[in-house]
Design a protein around this ligand. Structure first.
Ligand code: LMR
Length: 352
């Protein structure tokens, strides 16, 4: 029997990431080749024409899994028209009880000196979206709604969304660090000249920012004689503790420099990986990195959205416990945790 369609809301749908993401969703890359979807695509007035173009392309692509498209243009100018925004977002969220919200509009682009702007951004996107979700879903059963925040600062945007959408369980609000996780896999695969699919169990700890810690201490590579630790095969701790880490940390900025645009293809692909594994489960013996509400595991600060190694079963993630953390790693985990605590304080000071 054919499955019921799942509703997926993509915000910033006409933007770079949205444009790369919606065909992947409509083709079944995110939720499976047998899962019909209804797309709810949201953007702001300057993107209305572009969104219409995306609509035409979606018709032209004749995706057999795509059972409907709903387009929403949101007019807003900071908090002044919050009420209108809420009304429109309520329309976007109509009848979505089992859905994924993919918040994908652009963020800080790795530029320096825009901390205050980020804060305002948090207020506008996080507060408004969160309040809208909350207002629509308050009191309703929405335990199925799963949220992936992509827009930067992704971890803290997700935290603000959690604050203002209290009827969505905290465990259902996550942010994207799978992009960094995949980047780490890619770097190891290039270094060792092995298939990327043979590398697994890298970890991204902390923030989706340049303080994130890509950790290979538990990562392995499949070889003809079994799984071998990455460190044993690379035989170059200086590279693993130096250039590898900074390359992954700064990959987003390097792509912006090269493309004059932020990463969209890899971000959209990682968003699909994130939700697919969350919903359909991680393979046996494999973990992935997800930004999730921290319970203080590994002495990370509790109450921030922190990236951990997780496994997923039955639509739920679980932090992998008991991994050894050496002194070098401890410092890196603490550094990125401190940045998240600082971002949280800044965001809350703007919102109060
Ligand atoms: C990325 O990691 O590619 C992006 O988060 C970069 C950015 O600042 O948009």
């Amino acid at each position: 029997m054919a499955k019921e369609p799942v509703r997926v809301l993509v915000t910033g749908a006409a933007g770079q990431i949205g444009y790369a993401l919606v065909p992947m969703i409509a083709r079944g890359v995110m939720l499976g080749a047998d899962q019909p979807v209804i797309l709810h695509m949201l953007d702001i007035p300057p993107a209305a024409e572009a969104l219409n173009g995306v609509k035409m392309e979606l018709v032209d692509a004749a995706f057999s899994l795509l059972k409907g498209c709903i387009f929403i243009i949101v007019w807003f100018k900071f908090q002044m028209v919050l009420l209108l925004l809420l009304m429109l977002l309520r329309r976007a969220l109509e009848s979505i009880l089992q859905s994924w919200l993919v918040v994908s509009q652009g963020g800080r682009n790795g530029k320096e000196g825009c901390y205050v702007k980020e804060c305002v951004y948090l207020q506008v996107s996080g507060f408004c979206l969160g309040t809208a979700c909350s207002s629509k879903l308050q009191g309703e059963k929405n335990v199925f709604t799963k949220v992936l925040v992509v827009a930067n600062p992704a971890n803290t945007n997700a935290l603000i969304l959690k604050e203002f959408a209290p009827s969505i369980p905290a465990k259902n609000i996550t942010c994207l660090t799978r992009l960094d996780h995949n980047r780490a896999l890619g770097q190891i695969s290039e270094k060792l000249n092995v298939q990327v699919s043979d590398v697994k169990n890298v970890i991204i700890w902390g923030n989706h920012s340049s303080t994130q810690y890509p950790d290979v201490n538990h990562a392995t590579v499949k070889t003809p004689s079994g799984e071998k630790p990455v460190r044993e095969l690379v035989k170059d701790d200086a590279w693993l503790n130096g250039e590898f880490i900074t390359t992954v940390q700064q990959r987003g900025a390097a792509i912006i420099k090269a493309r004059k645009l932020s990463s969209a293809l890899s971000a959209a692909s990682a968003a699909c990986d994130h939700i697919r594994d969350w919903v359909l489960g991680t393979p046996e013996g494999t973990w992935v990195s997800m930004g999730v509400y921290s319970d203080g595991s590994y002495n990370a600060p509790a109450g921030v959205i922190y990236s951990f190694p997780v496994t997923c079963r039955n639509g739920e993630w679980t932090i992998v416990q008991g991994l050894a953390i050496d002194e070098f790693s401890r410092k890196k985990l603490d550094l990125t945790g401190a940045e998240l605590t600082e971002e949280k304080e800044l965001a809350y000071s703007c919102l109060s």
